[in-house]
Design a protein around this ligand. Structure first.
Ligand SMILES: [Zn+2]
Length: 142
């Protein structure tokens, strides 16, 4: 590697890029450019199917979905908040992300419920403990 090349690599690093030279089996050298996370060019916001475009509620759920082909799904979406309904064709990645989001939504609902049950139990235990303390009769009372 000549001094010129070294210099170029440093410049690339300053620009938030890292260049890695990879030798292919054919002996050809190629440059692979990595972008640092922070300075990566902004990508278009990903389509989030669980967010209602009308009222921004994150409650949109699929009413119906069918496989169009190997990479696309036709999904009918409904927002329970504003009754927005939409049918569209979305790619596999978008639908998978939606599916994960739905799973997360279910998880958080279950978590909330568990927390609620635990809180109620704690309240019961506390009330029970207080009652016990009030009515507690120690052996030396006899
Ligand atoms: Zn809505």
């Amino acid at each position: 590697m000549g001094p010129g090349e070294q210099n170029k690599e440093q410049q690339d690093q300053r620009a938030g890029r890292r260049v890695k030279r990879v030798a292919l089996p054919s002996g050809k050298m190629i440059e692979v450019v990595y972008f640092d996370q922070a300075s990566a060019p902004e990508t278009l916001p990903k389509l989030e199917l669980h967010v209602c475009p009308d009222c921004d509620a994150r409650l949109v759920y699929p009413v119906h979905w069918t496989e169009v082909d190997r990479a696309n799904w036709e999904v009918t979406l409904r927002c329970p908040n504003c009754e927005w309904i939409h049918t569209g064709v979305f790619d596999q990645e978008t639908v998978e992300r939606f599916d994960e989001e739905l799973d997360r939504g279910t998880d958080s609902l279950v978590d909330d419920l568990k927390r609620l049950v635990t809180a109620n139990m704690e309240e019961d235990i506390e009330r029970f403990a207080r009652a016990l303390a009030r009515d507690h009769i120690l052996p030396e009372d006899f």
